[in-house]
Design a binder for this molecule. Sequence first.
Ligand code: NZQ
Ligand code: ZN
Length: 386
Amino acid sequence: MKNFELYNPTNLVFGKGQIAKIKTLIPADSKVLMLYGGGSIKKNGLYEQTLAALEGHEVVEFAGIEANPEYQTLLKALAVIKEEKIDFLLAVGGGSVIDGTKFLSSAALYEGDSPWDILANRIRTVKGMPFGTVLTLPATGSEMNSGAVVSRKETHEKLAMGGPGLFPQFSICDPEVVRTIPQRQLANGVADAFTHVLEQYMTYPTNAHLQDRISESIMQTLVEVAPKVIADPSNYDVAANFMWCCTMALNGLIQKGVPTDWSVHMIAHEITAHYGVDHARTLAIILPSAYHHQFDKKKEKLAQYAERVWNVTEGTVEEKAKLAIEKTEQFYQSMNIKTRLRDYTEDYEGFAGKAAQSLKDHGLAKLGEHGDITPEVAKKIIEMAY
Ligand code: NZQ
Ligand code: ZN
């Protein structure tokens, strides 16, 4: 096992009726900017619940943070923060609103020329403006980690950022929010969380038995709850298990002491940047071909995963490992998620080359647990996924 430090200061407040606790979690004298997306919170009662919990606080609102939060929109929110002298941010939304808020937390205190540099130059944020979140969509784990991803349409860029200053001070996770999530977003949430676990697990054996077993148990639980939550999101117990899996999949715990991959995400971000495909679906496109390409290096862990998550008992390591990739692809498909780029666009010829160039331009030239996924290899993986 590798050496590690585990630091996670987020106060995770989980369960029914917990939104009311906001009033005790935000300092009374703060001026709060409440940030949200395209309006789902106005249809499901979360808007009223949050405002009621903020009673007594001075509150300004910023609406319209879109899926795959857009840099130009966030610049407008940044202007509001400065004009209104905001000192606390409250994100009410899914990964996009929370990530946008993390960018703003960093940008609000950034002293450089252009806040885009935080993303382009991968500047780690050590101190940001304090913020909390009310999670409305289990998927990304952003509610309990310090990473964010921001998109810029005009340049077809989608870049990640982070740093120890970007953990939410608190996150409220009330599984009752799951009730109103459309099927497509529920499937996305399961697929994203499942892939997060794989990115931190599907490398090579390192005798990290507990990390392996926590990862496997998150995946087993997701396999169990996926069809149930998609069929009936109003089942509280199922929703609660789904929500906790998504948080645990990417709150930093399972990556401690082990090698991690993340090449699937980095390559997949290029698809969203170019075509606007939902994040989770881009993962389902890239992962099977990435694992086929890296088969020899990943086969031991693939076989272990086949045995422990998919109950495969027969066959050689290679046979089990192959089946593991098939089962994963079928799992995405079972949730109505298509796993080829051509399922999403007819205009894919030449994309692999452009994506490879973009990875190179952004210094993402040595991806994967061995650092051997160069832009040329990424190009091959994308072509295999056409
Ligand atoms: O905008 P509104 O109207 O709120 O609608 C949203 C949005 O259209 C809707 N929604 C959210 N909660 C709902 C709801 N609809 C009904 N009922 C509810 N309770 O769902 C749509 C998608 O929301 P979004 O926030 O975009 O989804 P998600 O949580 O999947 O976030 C995706 C973003 O997170 C990034 C992705 O790249 C993408 O930009 N990621 C962030 C990570 C992180 N910070 O750790 C890691 C991930 O790998 C990922 O990259
Ligand atoms: Zn993801």
